[in-house]
Design a protein. Structure first.
Ligand code: HPA
Ligand code: ZN
Length: 342
């Protein structure tokens, strides 16, 4: 087996993937037609073209607006997990979704959640993949809107929802605006993470860790600009959920050989690999491993570090982590033997 094929076949967990960013272009077009929503182009292959994070977020909101009925949410959740399994041997995902992108259009949060959960359960039955959910604060919302979103999520008490995160454009809205929403989530037993240092300064990581109480950091590249914050994250073993492709498109890090992920690994930070918004960035979790590890000539030992750090960074309990570690170890040994045989 060639190394690239091995990288696609390695069993994986994924911790940074947005539900609304996993809609297949063909499904986007189909749902838009069904619900009478106008699209900027009739050419399905051009639906996901954009150059900046702001253009990206506009299309992200447009995709979200085509999700209306419980069945739409179920279909997209199922297809999203199916793509992860088929293209990258995905076994477990903690997946973001943006409640307020739906509730502000009058969709009930129960419709959003129960639809996604239908799709997740069907995918587990059919494909053996597991998925849990993380509700994301949308940074451009008002703090009171974010707080209310957390209240609604907490009130519904769906066991699949295990955490709170935060996304949207980082530069204009600093993380401390949402301290109340995060505190409320923590009081109600949700785990915490946040996008930070995607295009914002290292202080955003400090704020997310110390003020919001986050356990993980999503992206994190600009942390490297501060030796102090970098050292702290290394010493505390903070996990970073990094996304090679999405950041190359919107931030111009097109050459994976010089992507900041390389420097984060070299600095001793704990990095996991993820696809962010796979269909919107024309990628998948298999390609993220294949493209980055091939570009940086990473060896099997480094691939194992990405995979097992991914398991450690999940919010599964210890016994579930142990089972996943065992299953992945067995499968990796088998795959490594096939790699040696060629
Ligand atoms: N960053 C900010 N907002 C987002 C992202 C991201 O990676 N994906 C979806 N919304
Ligand atoms: Zn993201």
């Amino acid at each position: 087996m060639r190394f690239e094929e091995f990288l696609r076949k390695v069993p994986k967990v994924e911790l940074h993937c947005h539900f609304e960013g996993t809609v297949r272009a063909s499904t986007f077009a189909d749902l838009a037609k069904r619900h009478g929503i106008a699209l900027p182009t009739g050419d399905v292959s051009k639906l996901y073209d954009y150059a900046t994070i702001y253009e990206f977020l506009d299309i992200f909101a447009l995709v979200s607006s085509t999700l209306v009925d419980r069945e739409d949410f179920a279909r997209v959740a199922y297809e999203s997990l199916e793509d992860g399994v088929t293209l990258g041997n995905l076994r477990y995902r903690e997946m973001f979704f943006n409640p307020t992108l739906h509730t502000r259009r009058g969709i009930r949060i129960a419709t959003v959640l129960d639809g996604m959960i239908d799709g997740i359960r069907q995918a587990e039955t059919d494909l053996g993949v597991q998925c849990r959910l993380i509700a994301d604060v949308y940074r451009q919302d008002e703090p009171a809107t974010a707080r209310q979103m957390v209240e609604e999520v907490v009130e519904l008490r769906r066991p699949e929802v295990i955490g709170l995160g935060m996304d949207g454009a980082e530069s204009p809205d600093s993380p401390e605006r949402f301290v109340e929403a995060f505190a409320l989530a923590a009081r109600n037993g949700l785990r915490l993470t946040s996008h930070a240092c995607e295009d914002g300064p290292p202080e955003n990581v400090t704020t997310c860790l110390d003020l919001l109480g986050c356990e993980r950091i999503d992206h994190g590249y600009h942390v490297l600009e501060s030796p102090e914050v970098t050292a702290r994250c290394r010493d505390e073993g903070i996990y970073f959920t990094c996304c090679p492709t999405s950041t190359s498109v919107v931030y111009g890090w097109t050459d994976l050989r010089t992507h900041p992920i390389r420097d984060m690994v070299d600095a001793g930070l704990r990095v996991t690999l993820n696809s962010d918004d796979p269909t919107m960035f024309r990628t998948d979790i298999g390609s993220e491993y294949a493209d980055l590890c091939m570009a940086l000539h990473y060896d099997v030992a480094q691939v194992r570090r990405f995979v097992f750090d991914g398991i450690e960074a999940t919010w599964l309990d210890d016994s579930d982590k142990t089972s996943l570690r065992r299953a992945f170890s067995d499968e990796l040994e088998h795959l490594e033997r096939q790699l040696e045989a060629t």
